[in-house]
Design a protein around this ligand. Structure first.
Ligand code: NAP
Length: 532
């Protein structure tokens, strides 16, 4: 592709669900747009995370675009929780259906983006040195896309094969007859461990912190159920948007402390039988009152003791932290996997594994010989993918410097000092605490309307004002403090990446309150932004 001398109206970084819809929306408004994507195909998260058992923890009928009624009517999901290959097929279907590929450049990693004040445009440079310029630069880089490889001593000395769940080989991995070590027990590990255990000769699970997991009870989607939802898809979408996580499920607003022990257990059992993330909605004060949280946590620990035969293993697997503080995991057969004779749990007691050695893994003074290591060690969440790009704003200020102490944004959409730069589901927006698809759509539509407004008014520059940003950051912190969610060492606070600033990054005030705020800002001529 030749150098683009005339600036694009917008450059979009990333062709996951955010970048794809952003392209569709802006192109539909007559803007010139180019998308750059490091992968060889669309799908973002679902392009990279191909580990065994990868599937969405939001129900299929809700984890999909709603901007096109035809699309949501024609697409047929096969399971209650979609497996990764099916979501990737859906992403490809969307790309084909809306003819998106002609404006996406694949296999191209964006290396830097610098704001040229004189020309009022962004100069975006690729890994191969090619440069393009655009009035607006939109980061659709994803919240969980920058793989976190732990700095374990000796990591390069290992003589076997290594994998990260977030960068899984496209051709798959055959673990038959192999001794495998999985490091980590977060969502990715909890989904992949039962399947790896079925294949491997022996599986060693290295656990730093035990996690809560609720059964998915995944099943084939009943066509009648699907048809009933499609008959009033708008109704389901509207109900979802009225809830804090942007998900249509039943929230019990009662306090866990206000009901009898019998009723409490009935509610817990009903949620366990229903399965998945709705467990968090079992009582209204689950994430607000430690006593309510303790009751739910003990219920799940009871389930672990029921399922896992060996009492010592059950004890090691039982989390003691706040349930729902880290993202709740949704599993299929995770706890029962530890009853298999070919599975060994090694609890490293809150510490990282000691070392990787040529023949395997050393933990708590003991060496475990393995043929392959799976790093299920998560992501440098929310800021990692943005800071990997060398972003320079007005006056030559680097985003890495601005965010040294903590990520600061206005609404997770704009950044003071970085004119005409937008982030989709950036830090300071509800993003990862909500169903990502409606959150993405809301951001995309807000950004597209904003760029349209600027063009309509004959303007071409918008920048978050420093005071508006400061007060939004303060609000994000204040509301985070009301929830037990901000109290543990999770990736929400950057605790999983050594040296990362400890600050609760997503906005916890809920989808409806956030949308109301964004709408009010737009209605008041982009209040809190300086435009010109
Ligand atoms: P994660 O939740 O951050 O889990 C990483 C695991 O690796 C943790 O158990 C962590 O222990 C451990 N770990 C990290 N560094 C280590 C070290 N040096 N030594 C030993 N253990 C170490 O990552 P994830 O499982 O990939 O999930 C991240 C997020 O992606 C999820 O919370 C979810 O939002 C999303 N996700 C969703 C799905 C789904 O839709 N079903 C599936 C997968 C992921 P500590 O807990 O002690 O830090």
């Amino acid at each position: 592709m030749a150098d683009h001398t005339r600036p694009f109206d917008a450059v979009i970084v990333g062709a996951g669900f955010a970048g794809m819809y952003m392209l569709y929306r802006l192109r539909g408004m007559g803007f010139s747009v180019r998308v750059f994507e490091a992968g060889s195909g669309v799908g973002g998260t679902w392009y990279w995370n191909r580990y065994p058992g990868a599937r969405c923890d939001v129900e299929s009928m809700q984890y999909s675009y709603q901007f096109s009624e035809e699309l949501q009517q024609e697409w047929v999901w096969s399971e209650r929780y979609s497996p990764q290959p099916e979501i990737l097929r859906y992403a490809n279907h969307v790309a084909d259906r809306f003819d998106l590929r002609r404006d996406i450049r694949f296999d191209t990693r964006v290396h830097s983006a610098a704001f040229d004040e004189a020309a009022n445009c962004w100069v975006v440079e690729m890994g191969d040195g090619e440069r393009v310029s655009a009035t607006h630069c939109i980061m659709a880089t994803g919240c969980l896309s920058s793989a976190n490889m732990p700095r374990i001593p000796g990591i390069d000395s290992f003589e076997g094969a290594t994998y990260h769940t977030g960068r899984w080989p496209h051709e798959g991995v055959d673990f038959s007859g192999k001794r495998v070590g999985v490091i980590g027990t977060g969502s990715s590990a909890i989904q992949s461990i039962p399947l790896i255990a079925e294949e491997a000769a022996h599986l060693y699970v290295f656990q730093r912190t035990p996690n809560y997991a609720i059964p998915a009870h995944n099943q084939k989607l009943d066509p009648e159920y699907q048809a009933a939802i499609k008959a009033d898809y708008a109704g389901l979408r509207a109900r979802a948007k009225a809830t804090i996580p942007g998900l249509d499920f039943n929230f019990n607003m009662a306090s866990a402390l206000s009901v009898s022990e019998e009723e409490r257990q009935r509610e817990f059992e009903a949620r366990w039988a229903y399965g998945g993330l709705p467990f968090i909605g079992v009582f209204g004060d689950l994430l607000l009152d430690q006593r309510a949280n303790d009751l739910a946590a003990e219920f799940v620990r009871g389930k672990i003791r029921d399922i896992v035969h060996d009492p010592d293993t059950a004890e090691m697997l039982s989390p003691t932290n706040v349930i729902g503080c880290k993202r709740l995991c949704v599993d299929t057969g995770y706890w029962a996997t530890f009853n298999r004779p070919n599975v060994t749990l090694i609890d490293v007691g809150g510490e990282p594994v000691e070392a990787i050695i040529p023949a395997g893994i050393r933990a708590k003074g003991q060496e475990y010989a393995v043929d392959a290591i799976v790093f299920a060690t998560g992501f440098d969440a929310m800021t990692g993918a943005l800071l990997k790009i060398d972003i320079t704003g007005a006056g030559g200020r680097r985003l890495t410097d601005k965010w040294r102490e903590a990520p600061k944004t206005y609404l997770g959409l704009g950044i003071a000092g970085f004119p005409n730069l937008f982030t989709i589901t950036g830090p300071g927006s509800p993003s990862v605490l909500t169903n990502m698809l409606p959150s993405i759509e809301q951001h995309v539509e807000w950004i597209a309307d904003c760029i349209f407004y600027l063009r309509d008014q004959g303007l071409n520059r918008i920048e978050a004002a420093a005071e508006a940003e400061e007060s939004w950051v303060a609000h994000v912190r204040e509301v985070a403090g009301f929830s037990l969610r901000s109290t543990c060492s999770s990736w929400y606070v950057g605790a999983n990446v050594p040296g990362k600033p400890r600050v609760f990054m997503p906005y916890i005030g809920g989808f409806p309150a956030y949308v109301q705020k964004c709408d009010a800002v737009a209605a008041n001529r982009y209040e809190g932004f300086t435009i010109g």
